[in-house]
Design a protein around this ligand. Sequence first.
Ligand code: NI
Length: 251
Amino acid sequence: MAGARTILFVRDQAGACAFWRAALGSAPRLHVPGMTEFDLPGGACLGLMPDSGIRRLLGDALPAAPAAGSGPRAEIYLLVPDPEARLRIAIDAGATPVAPVTDRTWGDRAGYCLDPDGHLLAFAAPAVRPAPEALPASAAPIDLEAAFRSVDAHWSPRVVAALNGQHVRIARLLGAYHWHRHHDEDELFLVRRGTLEIQFRDRTVRLPPGSLFVVPRGVEHRPVCDAEVEVLLFEPAETVPAGTPGDAAAP
Ligand code: NI
């Protein structure tokens, strides 16, 4: 992939431009009749196009826009140093508050609002917890036996612990997963029960119980097992379990 652009269809291009200028804290790189573009971190781009523009381009082939109030149809998720302040600025600039900045299950703290056209807008940062001076009362060993018993679906990893920006997930596997690769993450498998085979395009690696293996980022692979396997996986917390086919965040 050489780039990515997200384009929101907006009712009022000038109003949307003013709003996103405040929400992003930067000026558009392009603002001409019919299209406004803002640079986003990592080389991505946010485009704002009037409803009338896309309608003119694609005509009746395009379904009617959802009625106002029928719910957001897109989300922009921005990682920023200070989500609380950015959310406040967006609300001052006309956003509708949805949810304050709080710790979320995937390891970020994130707050939500709606832009003037009803798109969901999130401001997020990795959650930071103050370092406790003593062991918190809530700290307790994780009963892996019980944790594995509570997983009832195959190929559906569950988070059991988090540390240093990584999640420890457990999963029960049976059968064959699809061929996929993880572009940005190495993937650790610690096999607890059963024997897992990981197929690569040129060979197969066999992982008996008690073995540990790291699939390097970018390498295409496919986990397979004839009988049920229990594994622990270490993955960056920002890895969203529901990945796209072919680039899945699952095993
Ligand atoms: Ni994988």
